[in-house]
Write a protein that binds this ligand. Structure first.
Ligand code: SF4
Length: 226
C-alpha cells in the first residue's frame, strides 16, 4: 500500500515537471532506480525525455540492458558520448587506466566521459530528473525531492529520495521491468566496468564504486551539492 502511494506520488511529480519545465529529462545510468523511472515515464508521462551518458567503459551487461530497454520501450533513450578527439588525447597521454593512479586523474576521466557530455545534454533542458535515493550512500543522506542545480542553472528533481531498496525491487519485479544482470551478482550500484566491483552483504551499497578511494570522494561530479 505504501509503495502504491509512492508510485502515485512519483507520477504526480513527473507530470508537474512535464507541465512546468518542458523540455525536461531523466538522466539514466540504467540503474534499478532509473529503469523504474523509465517504466513510469514511458507509461504515464511519455513527453518527458530520457538520456544516458555512454562513457565507452560500461560493462557488457549494461550494454545488454541498453539493448533490452530499446527492445521493450523503443528508441526512447538519447545517447550522449565523450568527444572522441579529447578522449584519444587523454588516453594517449595518460594511458587507458590512469584513473587508478589518483583521485585527481579519476575525476579527470569522469569529467571527460561524464560531466562534459552531461553539460551538453542539459544545455537544452529546463530541468533534469534522477533516480537518487537517500539510502544509497553517505554523500546522499540529505538530498531533496527538488534541488537547485547551480552548476547547470536548472532545477534537479529526485522523485525516489524516500524509496527503500526493497520498494524499488518490488516495483521492478511486479512490473517486469528489465534490469541489469549484474544486480544478481553482488553489484547493487553499477558504473563503468573498471571502476565497479561486486560487494558483500555487509558492505555499503556504493562500496563497490571506486572501491580504492575514501567514501567521501566517491562521487563522479554528476551530482554536485550546492
Ligand atoms: S567511472 Fe572510471 S572509467 Fe568511468 S568515467 Fe569515471 S574514472 Fe573513467
Amino acid at each position: 500500500m505504501l509503495v502504491n502511494k509512492k508510485i502515485v506520488s512519483v507520477i504526480s511529480l513527473l507530470k508537474n515537471i512535464q507541465r512546468d519545465y518542458t523540455p525536461a529529462a531523466l538522466a539514466s545510468s540504467f540503474s534499478a532506480e532509473d529503469m523504474l523511472l523509465t517504466d513510469i515515464i514511458t507509461k504515464h508521462v511519455p513527453e518527458l525525455n530520457i538520456f544516458t551518458l555512454d562513457t565507452g567503459r560500461l560493462p557488457a551487461e549494461t550494454y545488454d540492458l541498453m539493448q533490452r530497454t530499446h527492445d521493450r520501450y523503443g528508441a526512447v533513450v538519447e545517447i550522449y558520448a565523450p568527444d572522441c578527439s579529447v578522449l584519444a588525447e587523454y588516453v594517449q597521454a595518460q594511458g587507458p587506466n590512469a584513473f587508478y593512479n589518483s583521485v585527481e586523474q579519476r575525476k579527470q576521466c569522469c569529467a571527460m566521459r561524464k560531466l562534459v557530455p552531461l553539460k551538453r545534454a542539459l544545455s537544452t533542458r529546463k530541468a533534469w530528473i534522477t533516480g537518487l535515493r537517500k539510502e544509497q550512500s553517505v554523500t546522499r543522506t540529505d538530498i531533496q525531492r527538488m534541488e537547485w542545480d547551480a552548476a547547470h542553472g536548472i532545477p534537479k528533481f529526485n522523485p525516489l529520495t524516500e524509496w527503500t531498496e526493497k520498494e524499488v525491487w518490488d516495483y521492478i519485479r511486479n512490473n517486469d521491468v528489465p534490469f541489469n544482470e549484474l544486480h544478481e551478482q553482488g553489484y547493487p550500484s553499477i558504473g563503468c566496468a573498471p571502476c565497479t566491483r561486486a560487494i558483500s552483504a555487509k558492505e555499503d551499497i556504493r562500496a563497490g564504486r571506486w572501491w580504492w578511494e575514501n567514501p567521501e570522494s566517491k562521487e563522479c561530479g554528476l551530482h554536485v551539492r550546492n
